[in-house]
Design a protein around this ligand. Structure first.
Ligand code: GLU
Length: 485
């Protein structure tokens, strides 16, 4: 292994941060942190006409959210054009590259025609064969020209740290364009130059780039530059085993933030998409992952993105959090759903922490707070249809109505006294406790399930419990009157 570990994340800015790219970034970052090396950010924006600084923000935000700090950059390739041109010139000077004046549209037509008749097509080096006079003629006419890299006729092999020996015959590779007619380099050239200039020791990227690697190796060799090590990460597939894409649902990293995922859970889950610590640990904090991370334990087989598992893991993280921490994470969502106001954080802090404690087991994502716990905060919660069908009837209403004075009479409004009062009332009236508990829960929370009813009633408060229950009783009576009139 080279002395200094320097890895990079090299996104092409698209205004979108795919979870697959986040996994690639994460593995680079983990590798750098494990080896106390450097994680470098490089924006490969030579292909992009629009402003890339804005588009990179979504990537920087994503990295920051996951806690992946970078040590250098972001470098923008669009601002380094003269560096690439210098290297292209070196290749031209050594006859390892040549000018090509062919019209791209003409070449495209030839290619399409060949494909139609099921023939292979490769650029036939016609511009390499131009005589000095022909070349001078084209120069005189100012025909736009690109620079092509001359692919030597040899086989290229390299050792991939995950896929082991890879070999490719250069005759299958076309003389690739390395500099466009506008002086802007193409991906392979810029990537090679920057991997060298930035002292990259290991190129860790998705396996769909593995076909570029032989081209890049040939470029390194032609330029006389030392090569980095390569590790091509398995793809991430959707549940149907095709490459994970928008068809499968949310694939943008930030949409997971919006859906209420925790960065720690996200890092933990993404770290396991292709890697494992070698024992049966699954729940690991970032520090533990850094300590165990090793390229040797990356599985070359493609990994399947399992949202249910991610959701489960997120739930585990939520459950494992302190109430204080959870409240802090939930806060922006609770504000958004109108469950709290800014000033409540001060005024109702201890009550809020108790609500967190009571519901945390039921939250898989932070956004679940609105569904799982809305009734603690506001009166406009909904009633489960099925519950109303069961409990919104004369017999049940009578039971609850009979019980209400007992609830009113409780002096010390704690879970134990509420429970005692429910059980005593049931016994005296030859009822089962659940005949009171179930409708009471529905009337007070709108739901048929949830955390312990008596604890819930304590947090909602006696007055609110009474008024919610009375409201339903009155609604029922009103409905009956309307029916009889
Ligand atoms: N810009 C390339 C991409 O976004 C990076 C390829 C590489 O890592 O070499 O896929």
């Amino acid at each position: 292994m080279k002395n200094e570990i320097r890895v990079r994340m090299a996104p092409s800015p698209t205004g979108f941060f795919h979870v697959g790219s986040a996994r690639t970034a994460l593995y680079n970052w983990l590798f750098a942190r494990h080896h106390k090396g450097k994680f470098i950010l490089r924006v490969e924006d030579t292909d992009v006409a629009r402003s890339s600084e804005k588009m990179i923000d979504v990537i920087l935000d994503g990295l920051t959210w996951l806690g992946m700090n970078w040590d250098e950059g972001p470098y923008f390739q669009s601002k380094r054009l003269d560096i690439y041109q210098k290297y292209v010139q070196q290749l031209l000077d050594n006859d390892l590259a040549y000018y090509c004046y062919c019209d791209p549209e003409d070449l495209e037509k030839e290619k399409q025609a060949a494909y139609k008749s099921k023939e292979d097509w490769q650029y036939d080096r016609r511009c390499l064969k131009l005589s000095p006079a022909e070349r001078a003629e084209k120069e005189k006419k100012k025909i736009p020209k690109v620079v092509r890299f001359f692919i030597p006729n040899q086989s290229v092999s390299f050792h991939d740290l995950i896929h082991h020996e890879i070999r490719r015959e250069a005759k299958d590779i076309e003389d690739l364009i390395i500099l466009r007619s506008n002086g802007v380099p193409t991906y392979n050239l810029a990537c090679v130059v920057d991997d060298y200039e930035m002292g990259i020791s290991h190129v860790i990227r998705a396996v769909d780039h593995i076909t570029n690697t032989p081209k890049q190796i040939l470029l390194f060799e032609a330029l006389g530059l030392p090569k980095p090590e390569y590790a091509h990460l398995p793809l991430i597939l959707g549940h149907d085993k095709s490459k994970l894409s928008k068809r499968h649902g949310a694939v943008s990293l930030m949409s997971y933030k919006e859906q209420g995922y925790l960065p720690g859970a996200m890092v933990n889950y993404l770290s396991l998409l292709g890697w494992s610590p070698g024992d049966d640990r699954e729940m690991m904090n970032t520090q533990e992952i850094i300590e165990s991370f090793d390229l040797n334990r990356i599985n070359p087989a493609n990994a399947v993105f399992d949202e249910t598992k991610l959701e489960w893991m997120n739930g585990q993280y939520i459950y494992g959090m302190s109430n204080e921490m959870l409240l802090q994470q939930l806060w922006p969502f609770m504000i958004e759903y109108g469950l709290v106001k800014e000033q409540d954080n001060e005024k109702k802090k201890s009550w809020l922490l108790r609500v967190c404690q009571l519901v945390k087991l039921r939250l898989k994502t932070l956004t679940d707070i609105n569904d799982v716990a809305r009734y603690f905060f506001v009166e406009d919660y909904e009633y489960e249809e099925d519950g109303l069908n069961k409990h919104f009837n004369a017999a049940t209403i009578r039971i609850v109505e009979d019980f209400l004075p007992k609830l009113e009479d409780i002096e010390e409004y704690i879970a134990l006294s509420i429970e005692e009062s429910v059980r005593n009332h049931a016994e005296t009236n030859k009822l089962k406790a659940r005949q009171i508990i179930h409708p009471l829960r529905l009337f007070i929370t709108g739901r048929q399930g949830g955390p312990g009813l008596f604890e819930t009633m304590v947090l909602i408060g006696k007055e609110r419990c009474l008024s919610r229950t009375r409201r339903l009783i009155n609604d029922f009576k009103k409905q009956q009157e309307e029916k009889t009139n």
